[in-house]
Design a protein around this ligand. Sequence first.
Ligand code: AMP
Ligand code: GLY
Length: 439
Amino acid sequence: MRVLLVGSGGREHALAWKLAQSPHIESLICAPGNAGIAAERLAKSGTPVECASVGAEELEKLAALALEQRIDLTVVGPDNPLALGIVDLFEERGLRIWGPTRRAARFESSKAFSQRFMEQHGIPAAAGGAFDDAAAAKRFAASLGGRCVVKADGLALGKGVLVCSSQAEAERAVDRIMVERAFGAAGARVVVQEFLEGVELSLHALCDGKVAKVFPTSQDHKRALDGDRGPNTGGMGAYSPTPFLRDAQGGGTATLAAASASIFEPFMRGCAAEGIDYRGILYPGIMLTASGPRVLEFNARFGDPETQVYLTRLQSDLLELLEASTSGTLERMELKWSPLTSVCVVMASGGYPERYARGKVISGLDAAAVMPHTKVFHAGTAQQAGEIVTSGGRVLGVTALGHDLKAARSAAYAAVERIHFAGAQYRQDIGERALLKGA
Ligand code: AMP
Ligand code: GLY
């Protein structure tokens, strides 16, 4: 099969690396890709993975590329092309593509849509409401005592969520989003939610419009600095599985099986009732509260850096799974996972998520690549005059497997120590709280 992969981050490098292992692949093109993706080769033939300089949001050009290259399946990594309707466009042109349609991707592109859906279909969520009117949003925040979270309805690069601890802060947040339009058109509407306390985790399920196959648990670390301090980022590191939500064998309510039953089952039933054909990954961010897991948000794609830890543990053929998700035949597929723990430490450019420099030479990649059970996924990297240089905020996702969390962490950090670039910034405490919990 000839496959086109859309995107350029660490998630896409992990997808490319795993797809390249499939014996069914005869050609893999990534648009636009990055330096790490360009260095991958197909396991069966040794053919290099190609990178095409077409942006992930240039939908017409991507469709033309798929036609010209006789692509059998296009795989979409990021949220923006999904929200723009890449799946609808490709399907109109008779091109096979994996991912949710624009309508199905509204679970991520509209928080108001998700809030309404969760309330209607009995999915445990934060109590909340969606508002087109700033005064009404402020009144609702007051009814929550001002301790609330104010969210821009639309996509805002993960930045459109403001946590407030007083009514004055909530009113300021509503004004920033709705009046000043700090996040542009995404803030025409807001969702105001009660503030939930607990441990935040990521769930993923692969869906085919009928069934949802649930992945093991994982946890991302969204804040920039150790101890969950500093600004929110796209994600500074992840590990899987997490001890905060055990698999079914442990019994009790804090299990993955119980969380799946309360989230994915009503989700699929709700989609059937509303005529939404959800194919792709559904990734709910959840809070484990004292009264059980509650959904904070839905994403309509793989998480980054969750993908890096999931795909290093996945033993099944990824292409077969994505094919089955596209064609509605997932029910008979089995997802096999390594029992090992995977840890990904993100190395970012100094200053990320605010301003940062680009073009810093990265050294030590070869020394890290030879370390056992370790894979360095590239995110913001580029080739320049024969060297690999930084080209984004998140630069690398250094990922390692171990027989437990402690071993996987040691291996990942040992590889991180070998890699250098000016201003490199990374968290030292990925998975540390889980270790204290006894993982
Ligand atoms: P979201 O993009 O909706 O997931 O929000 C970004 C981050 O804000 C989440 O990862 C949480 O850390 C935090 N957050 C969102 N909603 C809530 C909530 N209702 N209560 C507490 N924290 C929240
Ligand atoms: N891990 C955060 C995200 O992918 O949105």
